[in-house]
Structure formats: C-alpha cells, structure tokens
Design a protein around this ligand. Sequence first.
Ligand code: ADP
Ligand code: BMX
Ligand code: ZN
Length: 291
Amino acid sequence: MKPCLTVDIGGTKIAAAIIESGKVLRRQQIATPSSSQPEEMDKALEELLTPFLDDISTVAVASTGIIDDGVLTALNPLNLGGLNNYPLRAVIEKITKKPTTVINDAQAAAWAEYQTLELNMVNMAFITVSTGVGAGVVINDDLLIGANGIAGHAGHTLADPNGPICGCGRRGCVESIASGTAIGQAGKTYFGDNCTGEMVFKHFSQNDPNATDIVNGSAKAIANLIADLKMVLDIELVALGGSVGLAPHYLELVQHYLAQQPSPYQTKVQHARCGADAGLIGVAHWASKIR
Ligand code: ADP
Ligand code: BMX
Ligand code: ZN
C-alpha cells in the first residue's frame, strides 16, 4: 500500500510530507495565505499537494483552528485570515481523491509526543507557542478531542483579566500575551511597526532589556498555564513546541518560572522530541489508529 500524505496547517506556515515507517520524507513548506477568501486557501493547498498525488493512498491533516467533523473554524480569526466554516476535509478530498482525516494541530502534536514517552506515563500535554498558543492533552492513554473538537484549547484560558483583548474576543487569554504574534505586537513599541516575534527573539539573544521583558512575560504565562494544567489534569509531562517554544533559552525560562510555584504545581517540561514535525507525525499516527 502507498504511504500517507500528511499536512500541517499553521497560522504562519503549511507543511506537507510523506510519512513512511515513522520517517518524514519529501517535506515541503509554504506560507499560510492571510486572506479570508477560502479560494486562496483552496489554491495554496492544491499547489502544495498536487506533486504528491501519484505516490499516496491516504491523507492526514493537522490544522490550526477548531476542527469539528472535518470543518475548520478559527477560534482566533486573526491567526487565519478569518476563515470560518471552511470545509477542510472536503477540500482536501476533492484535491486528492483520497480518504482524509483531519484534527487540530496541537492535538496531533500531543499524540506524536505521547508515542515517544516512557510506557508508564498516562497523562501528558503538548503546548505550541507559535502564531497562537495551542495545546493537546492525552489523558488515560487517549487523545482528548471533545464532542466539538475544542478539547485542549488551553491558549484561551485566562492569563491576565486586565491583559490585551485576544483575537478570539476574550480579554487576557494566554495567547494574547505569550504567542509569537503577541510577542511581535508588544515589540512594535521598541522595534518598529514591522516587528515580528522572530525579531524580538533576535533582540532577546543580544540581551536587549525590552525584548527580555517581553519574552519573560510570555514564558511566565506559559509556566502558569502548565501549573493550571497540572492541577486540573495531573499532567506528568509537558512537551513544548512551535517556533517560540523551540527557540533558544525559552524552555529554560518556562522551567525557571514554573520552579517558583509550590511543588504540587510543578511537572517535567521538555522540548517536543518530534520538533517542528510533531503535527505531521502525530496526525499520521492518529489516522492509522482510527482507520
Ligand atoms: P505556525 O504557527 O504556522 O505553526 P511557527 O511555529 O513557525 O508557525 O510560529 C510562528 C511564530 O513564531 C511567528 O510569530 C514568528 O514570528 C515566530 N518565530 C518564527 N521563527 C522564530 C524563531 N526562530 N524564534 C522565535 N520566534 C520565531
Ligand atoms: C489558536 C487556535 C488553535 C491552534 C493554536 C495554535 C485558530 C486559528 N487557532 O489558539 O486552534 O491550535 O492557535 O496554532 O483559532 P498555530 O497556528 O500557532 O500552530
Ligand atoms: Zn483567546
């Protein structure tokens, strides 16, 4: 049987690859279209996926947003050009003519990371600090998706009731303080209107005090989120991913702030072992489990 084509749709980039025997092959990446026009996404997906079509038998997609029965709705529309009720599974099945499985990107990544862990671990979480802040949780050896696909959206729990308005409409979500987008937004005051999260990290690596404050604020919000998850779900481990989560020294900062909490709130935090490919690897594994 031919292998599975996997796709990871993030707020900033879309990756596609073939997964064979757990290995990521022929990985291709494009920028995520920022338009609210669904046709732009249709076109981008068609261009990215067409070169693979002769070589695959199934498709598995991990995507940012709430995925309910194959339909994508952005919880934070600012992260995805406002796509709403986008029939992601139907679009991909039309392009590929292959059976397609779709789940949320952070849920998929949690499943990938869970496969890499010691066998006695039953409750864990994956957190991506990227365009947004996403999370996926594995509880009692099973991935939590929820009746509406929302389970794990911990980036939209409260970090600061007086914080910025989040793109989801609520004030002070973790995502509004900690995400790469929020970091870039906060950096505009010091580094100009075109500032991005990546630029703030460049200044942070040069010990700029303003960049250091912004990155510390993000890491502190993530540490508090981890402490909250520990209390609700008795999480034994958190895998941290996304370009911010994997950036140099960020993990150490999160561990530093978490270590300041009382001991019941603490848990092990490590980089995602699958790195930037966690979504691709996890959704391939999930699709083969449920098929
Ligand atoms: P996606 O959300 O599409 O999965 P990423 O994980 O790359 O994509 O996250 C994008 C965010 O990460 C943007 O806010 C970007 O500015 C920021 N970013 C990209 N590269 C880096 C880097 N090397 N260090 C820190 N932040 C980065
Ligand atoms: C947002 C939300 C989540 C997603 C998370 C990380 C949207 C479009 N996305 O909280 O569904 O898991 O971002 O996504 O509402 P990423 O784009 O940063 O990878
Ligand atoms: Zn929010």
